[in-house]
Design a protein around this ligand. Structure first.
Ligand code: FMN
Length: 202
């Protein structure tokens, strides 16, 4: 029998939505849940952009798509395959009722003169953003909403930022699709946790 609490079990990556929009007050509630996450030394290094207009979704998908296209060209991927990949990504983003973009900023973080500690500080902020995104998705599941984390902006933070005309200090690192779940969608069963491989005792 699973020992995972039901509220944790309830969050799944759901990638299919009905066409119904998501109420902005509900989306704001998800952002507030995100902001209840732990963060280093009482900072709040996250910024959030709710992208629920067609123009916003298209701008974000196009900005990140252009960057990805250039990366794939540099990798030597064929034109046909690039069109397929970038097109599928664009449809995923523009087809979701709402996107919540999680950004990091240096505001509130400590600065160090050396590279190693500076990197560790940014790493703490990234960990904290992950915790915040999990909060957001748990809150979405609790509200009966579907959500799915999409990796794209971490590969092209500046392109995502500029596509939406954000403050230069806001660096997008996490994207969550949010919507009402398509009742016909069935996700993959969650594989069991091989505890003895993943956990050690000392
Ligand atoms: C950092 C991160 C990036 C992810 N990127 C994507 C993505 O780009 N596209 C996607 O469909 N799912 C993405 N996922 C969702 C994972 O595929 C999903 O969490 C995993 O398959 C486990 O399924 P579950 O979330 O339903 O438990 C991402 C998850 C994380 C944590």
């Amino acid at each position: 029998m699973s020992r995972v609490p039901a509220f944790v079990e309830a969050r799944r990556s759901i990638r299919a939505f009905t066409a119904a929009p998501v109420d902005r007050a509900l989306l704001d509630g998800l952002v507030e849940a995100a902001c209840a996450a732990p963060a280093p030394h009482h900072s709040r290094p996250w910024r959030w952009v709710v992208v629920d207009t067609d123009a916003g979704k298209q701008a974000l998908a196009d900005g990140m798509g252009a960057r990805w296209r250039r990366d794939l060209e540099d990798d030597g991927v064929t034109r046909a395959r690039i069109d397929e990949l970038v097109g599928a990504s664009r449809r995923k983003l523009t087809g979701a009722p709402a996107l919540v973009l999680g950004c990091l900023t240096w505001d509130g973080l400590d600065r160090y003169p050396d590279e190693a500690r500076q990197r560790a500080e940014w790493g703490m902020a990234l960990l904290s953003l992950g915790a915040a995104v999990e909060n957001l998705m748990l809150a979405a599941a609790d509200a009966g909403l579907a959500s799915c984390w999409v990796a794209a902006p971490i590969f092209c933070p500046a392109a995502a930022r500029d596509a939406l005309g954000l403050d230069t200090e806001w660096l997008p690192h996490a994207l969550v699709l949010v919507g009402h779940p398509d009742p016909g969608y069935t996700g993959r069963p969650r594989p069991p946790v091989p505890l003895d491989e993943l956990r050690a005792h000392r």
